[in-house]
Every structure is written in C-alpha cells, then in structure tokens.
Design a protein around this ligand. Structure first.
Ligand code: MN
Length: 274
C-alpha cells in the first residue's frame, strides 16, 4: 500500500517530509511505496524531492483556494488530503495510507496495511473536543439540495493519519458530493480539513487504534506508538510556542529520534527556522 503525503511551499513541511519518508523506508524497506502530492510550483522543492527519491504527483486541487475563507486560504495545503480519490497517479490504488508530514514512523506498519475500513480509518484526537453549533449542514450538487445531519457528539477523529478506502469514495460519486459539501461549508466550521471529514462522514469513519496516530506527549507513546504524530509543537521548536504544556512525556525522546534522521547540515538549516 502506498503512503501518501501532501506538501505545499512552506520550507519546514519539506524537512518534516524528509524525515517522514526516511523513517518509513527504515522500517518498511527502501522500496516502500510512497507519493507526495504537491500543489505548488517551486522548482527548488521539486529538486529536493527528486534528490530524496520521493515520487511526486503535481496536482491542482478542485477545492479552489480562492474560494476558501481567509483562514482556509492560509492553510490551503491541509485540504489536499481530501482529494486523494481524484488524483490520477492514485487511480489504480484502492487503499492508501495518508499521513501528515509531521509524523515519525516508529514501528511496523504491516498490520495497518492489512486493514480495509469501509470508508476511512482514523484514530481519535483527544485534544479537540467534539463541538459544533449546527444541527445540520447542507450543500448543493448538480442542482440537488442535500442536508447532512451533524453526527452525534462522540469524539473528534484526527486527520493526521487517514487510511483511505479510495475505491469506496469513488463509488457513486461520493467524493464529488463530499467536495461540494467542503466548498460550501469550509467557512462555517472550525477546524479545516479535520472538521470537514468528521462532519461529513461522521459515524461512517472507522476508529483506528491510538497506536497508529500517537502524539509524543501521550504517556503510552514510547511503549506503543507505531506512528508518532508531532501534533502540536514540532520537533525543532524550543522557544515559546504557546504549546509548552504539550512538550511532556516522550516529546524530547521522540524529538531526538526524529533528529537522528537528519544530517548535521540539515539540522543547522532547521535552527534558522522561525
Ligand atoms: Mn499534523
């Protein structure tokens, strides 16, 4: 199964991607299939990805950033993951593992690659309470009006790691319905791509075990995590981030494990980041 990442033009995401792919290959073998979806136009980034032997799919998102809220535009890269079912380079893939670039693969993925959720598998996110102020949301697709009742308040699923059943999303135009829903409701709801997935798919999301998407600040991370997700402070962040309270438990240990994948020169570049 391919592991898919999405990238925009921010430098620190490219460094994150480098470590993610190096750790993927260290665990799953040098030939572990992966793909980077890239919606930008920066030749230096393309050269860097080529040097790292990371296959790239150039992609123009259907969810046009120009139509998003100002906050959505600022974070436009996060919506790319919603469109994987439409990417020509993934047309032959029924299932893919999407991962944010801020992950460190830490234990084998073989068991995860054997799973086949009906729509998508996602782990719970504990820091974002499930909250919405709408009883329902609606959207129009091909002149038809559709109402989406909001899922009952259970918990929020994290969009940092998503095991996508692309074949199911392509069936009956479900992906087209979902993107029509996204275009109309992005400005209305709080947490970008994650809210869109949670609100549209709701109870259809299959819960994955926490070990497949485990932040380093969780107590069980070092013992159990297969995918460490630097949700919150990034590995190089040492100063005030407003998120100091999350640099606890295994943050320092996992940060060091993450840093071990970089050369001295790459680490030096990181220290220049704001
Ligand atoms: Mn993330």
């Amino acid at each position: 199964m391919k592991t898919v990442f999405c990238l925009d033009d921010k430098l620190h995401y490219r460094v994150l991607l480098t470590v993610a792919v190096r750790s993927l290959r260290a665990l799953q073998g040098e030939d572990a299939p992966c793909l980077c979806l890239y919606a930008g136009h920066d030749q230096a980034i393309l050269d860097a990805l080529a040097a790292e032997r990371i296959p790239v799919a150039r992609y123009q998102p259907r969810l046009d950033p120009a139509g998003l809220s100002p906050y959505g535009q600022k974070c436009a890269g996060c919506f790319l993951k919603l469109e994987l079912a439409l990417v020509p380079e993934l047309a032959q893939d029924d299932m893919v593992l999407y991962c944010d670039t801020d992950v460190l693969f830490y234990r084998s993925l073989n068991e995860l690659f054997g799973q086949r959720p009906t729509y998508m598998g996602m782990a719970r996110e504990y820091t974002a309470p499930f909250y919405h102020e709408h009883a329902s949301l609606s959207y129009t697709y091909r002149q038809q009006h559709y109402v989406v009742p909001m899922p009952f308040p259970i918990w929020t699923f994290s969009s940092g790691v998503v095991l996508y059943n692309l074949a199911r999303l392509r069936k009956h135009g479900l992906i087209d319905h979902f993107l029509a829903f996204c275009a109309e409701n992005e400005a209305r709801i709080g947490n970008l791509d994650q809210s869109l997935l949670n609100y549209f798919f709701g109870k259809r999301i299959t819960r994955m075990e926490d070990r497949w998407n485990c932040p380093p600040y969780r107590a069980e991370c070092r013992e159990q995590a297969h995918i460490v997700h630097f949700h919150g402070p990034k590995p190089w962040e040492r100063g005030k981030t407003g998120l100091v309270d999350l640099r606890v438990n295994h943050f320092t240990y996992m940060r060091d494990a993450w840093m071990d994948y970089l050369t001295q020169e790459e680490r030096h570049v990181l220290q220049q980041l704001p």
